[in-house]
Design a protein around this ligand. Structure first.
Ligand code: NIG
Ligand code: FE
Length: 406
């Protein structure tokens, strides 16, 4: 059954925009008084509501009353929302002057979330995760990547990935699981980093593959986690096993983005420390540069050089990094709007970074624009001009959210 939704004051389909490089707002194609024809969860047509109504007299009509702007659903391509417990203590310590690395080295940090997540059973973890997923969905995020990485043992990593699978059965949002068993060397692993990575490659990844719990693998390249040569070895082995790969790169020190590009990773995420050398490498590559303004806000540090990355020609996505340590807020739109003001990003660059460019980071080409044949993942804001959305810096939330299976 075909459904015609509208009229919307403005529709921004985000079609016809390049995958890489700077964008200006004149490039945004805006359809006034637009409608969307949906068939079986897919977009069948997007144009003037009146034209669509005349051309489809038998379509069921979902009438939109009042002023609304329609955008594709957002894709949050980097989160860690499968966790138990809180790290409010870390946050307070950090604001009292301790650094991220100092807190990690003194027993807080990622390991604290590992302990709390290991202690939660699968059902509890599923419920905690599902609450965060539903909050994100209500805020217009229709696709959410979710990493493991707070288990760091066979059982606990599998429990996290199982919780993601359970949550996926209970939500309309699309959930994309990623194995981040290489988040750090667990304190209770008796051996060096290389041995731990081999342990994951030989024991965990085959089970994940066999149980179809994830087809993506991530690694944190940093002084407190894994070095570049171990990471490159790990990523190439994971790729040989058929996993897509991504990297936590250049958060505090450089090196990670170069590894990501060498490994032909789908994305290099963070990039707060990236300089001109890394920016140029990323711009020349097919690896998506994912900025995480929520981590900069949580840690009180500089943003990734988003403006420079776009000017150099990179494909720039914006994700929340929602996690209990460095990015506890989890409000993707607010974070993107605030970073846009600091980095001078156009609305077109922000929308692209939250939709089709973020979908590219997940290698998903079935979503991210309102083009014929794409998933009908969409969100409507109660305003007459799309510029209100970023102007209100995240306080204006979508009033309706549609997904392909709603
Ligand atoms: O993306 N950088 C490494 N991992 C997370 C932080 C995880 C944590 O502190 O719990 C991040 O910021
Ligand atoms: Fe992260």
């Amino acid at each position: 059954m075909k459904k015609l939704i509208g009229p919307f004051t403005q529709i921004l389909p985000l079609t016809g925009l390049p995958l890489k490089g700077a964008l200006n707002d004149e490039q945004l194609h805006i359809i006034p008084q637009g409608g969307v024809l949906v068939n079986d969860g897919l977009i069948a047509d997007v144009r003037s509501f009146e034209e669509l109504r005349k051309a489809n007299p038998s379509a069921q009509i979902e009438e939109i009353i009042g002023e609304h702007v329609l955008l594709p659903g957002f894709v949050d391509c980097h989160t860690h929302i499968c966790f138990a417990g809180s790290r409010a203590k870390d946050y307070a310590m950090r604001n009292s002057g301790k650094t991220y690395l100092e807190i990690a080295q003194s027993g807080g940090g990622i390991w604290d979330s590992v302990t709390q997540t290991r202690a939660a059973d699968e059902a509890t973890l599923t419920n905690l995760l599902l609450q965060r997923v539903q909050r994100h969905l209500a805020e217009g995020i229709t696709t959410i990547e979710i990493k493991s990485g707070y288990g760091l043992s066979m059982d606990a990593e599998l429990k996290q990935l199982k919780a993601i699978q359970n949550a996926a059965e209970k939500t309309r949002a699309g959930l994309i699981p990623t194995c981040l068993a290489a988040h750090m060397v667990p304190r209770d692993f008796d051996g060096p980093a290389q041995e731990y990575l081999n342990h994951i490659l030989n024991n965990l990844l085959p089970v994940i593959k066999q149980k179809r719990l994830a087809n993506r693998v991530d690694i944190f390249i940093e002084q407190s986690a894994f070095n570049s040569s171990d990471a490159l070895y790990y990523l190439s082995k994971a790729k040989q096993m058929g996993f897509e790969v991504t990297v936590h790169a250049d958060q505090f020190t450089t090196g990670g983005s170069e590894v990501a590009i060498k490994a032909r990773a789908a994305s290099a995420d963070h990039l707060e420390a990236s300089g001109d050398y890394e920016i140029n490498l990323l711009a020349k590559s097919d690896t998506v540069a994912v900025t995480l303004p929520g981590a900069s806000l949580g840690l009180g540090m500089q943003y990734a050089p988003a403006r420079k990355l776009l000017n150099a020609g990179a494909c720039l996505a914006i994700a929340s990094d929602w996690n209990p340590g460095s990015a506890p807020m989890g409000d993707l739109l607010l974070q993107a709007a605030v970073m846009a003001a600091a980095e001078k990003l156009s609305a077109a660059e922000v929308y692209a970074g939250l939709t089709f460019r973020a979908a590219q980071a997940l290698k998903l080409n079935d979503r991210g624009t309102l083009a014929k044949g794409k998933l009908a993942d969409m969100q409507a804001y109660p305003c007459a001009d799309h510029r209100e959305i970023l102007y209100q810096q995240g306080k204006l939330k979508p009033i309706s959210v549609w997904t392909a299976d709603s």
